[in-house]
Design a protein around this ligand. Sequence first.
Ligand SMILES: [Zn+2]
Length: 69
Amino acid sequence: MKHYTKEELELYRHHEMSVLRRVACSAHLKECTACTSLLKELDTDDAFVMELRDSIRIFDEAAKRDMGK
Ligand SMILES: [Zn+2]
């Protein structure tokens, strides 16, 4: 069985795969725990990045408020 790479799963996650490849990919994911866990790993990475962005935004807002004083 051919597995998907991180790059391919990124495309899948961001809906940048052609419909045919998407269908094949989701069919593969249903049967492959290795690729499913890789996909989950990418999701975890995203959650981390989002959290990081959030804290940067909060910091920015606090900095702006301080400048307005
Ligand atoms: Zn696989």
